[in-house]
Design a protein around this ligand. Structure first.
Ligand code: MF3
Ligand code: CO
Ligand code: CO
Length: 270
């Protein structure tokens, strides 16, 4: 892995150069464009494997690479997590049915830069409780991003997300976290979606990382199925997730994975 740019902080976090933002922007944009196109495919009767095949072809067509194919033995260009699946759902012959909610998570490599993003979709009619879960999860990510600026800490991000989610009587998953990225897929720090304000490493301009809160309607505990990937809620409650890749700027955050079509939130047209 050729990651020798910039410098490393005492917390082991890489600080990239101003010129590196353009590479992340290009990678993030492709990942977001692909997720925009996925919106037209999600409907009852479609399989998760169909959606993944589309993503695989789309990444190739763009002359990019999938970061997940071959990653620790994973064989797909996306993770597709339906209903009570928290994350890392494996695409396959599962057929979507009316009312299913799903997260599609895509990571692409463009000119060596990683763009990692996920969002929620609904097949058919969205139930009221799923709509509320999706809204709170989306807003929790945005509340976390609002805490991104030099001088704040990673604990500030986690605290903002946890406070927002729990004040809405939902729970934050503890077993998975966001991560540094850039010229590599997963790098320090672990970006927790819970925590105490003022704790953890201090944010500096030039840090690149994901924020990707998973929120459950029920309890926060998860378990990983026998396939060694699929993480589900232990209590079978519905789960949602949104993910952006961001960079710390002089006065806030640049979101690398903004939806060019404005379709990040599934009720964009409602
Ligand atoms: N894209 C996921 C993340 O947000 C990681 C998926 S790894 C895979 O970090 F192997 F499951 F695809
Ligand atoms: Co990620
Ligand atoms: Co991801």
């Amino acid at each position: 892995m050729d990651d020798t740019r910039g410098r490393i902080t005492k917390d082991g976090i890489r600080i990239y150069e101003p010129g590196d933002f353009a590479g992340m922007h290009a990678a993030g944009k492709l990942a977001a464009e692909i997720l925009d196109e996925v919106a037209t495919l999600v409907e009852p009767g479609r399989t998760t494997g169909d959606i993944d095949r589309f993503i695989t072809e789309r990444v190739e067509q763009a002359g990019a690479k999938s970061a997940t194919i071959g990653y620790k033995g994973y064989q797909h260009a996306s993770c597709i997590s339906v209903n009570h699946v928290v994350c890392h759902g494996i695409p396959g012959d599962k057929t979507l049915k009316d009312g299913d909610i799903l997260n599609v998570d895509v990571t692409v490599i463009v000119d060596g830069w990683f763009g990692d993003t996920s969002r929620m979709y609904v097949a058919g009619k969205l139930s009221r409780k799923a709509e509320r879960l999706i809204q709170i999860t989306h807003d929790a990510l945005m509340v976390g991003i609002e805490a991104v600026k030099p001088g704040n800490t990673f604990g500030d991000i986690g605290h903002a997300i946890q406070k927002y989610v729990e004040s809405n009587r939902m729970s934050v998953v503890r077993d998975f976290c966001g991560h540094g990225l850039g010229r590599v897929f997963h790098a320090p720090p672990n970006v927790l979606h819970y925590g105490r304000a003022g704790t953890g490493a201090v944010l500096e301009e030039g840090m690149f990382f994901t924020i990707e809160p998973m929120v459950n309607l029920g309890r926060p505990e998860t378990k990983v199925l026998a396939d060694d990937w699929t993480a589900v809620t232990r209590d079978k409650s519905l789960s949602a997730q949104f993910e952006h890749s961001v960079g710390v700027t002089a006065d806030g955050a640049e979101i690398f994975t903004l939806s060019p079509a404005g379709k990040f939130h599934p009720t964009y047209s409602a």
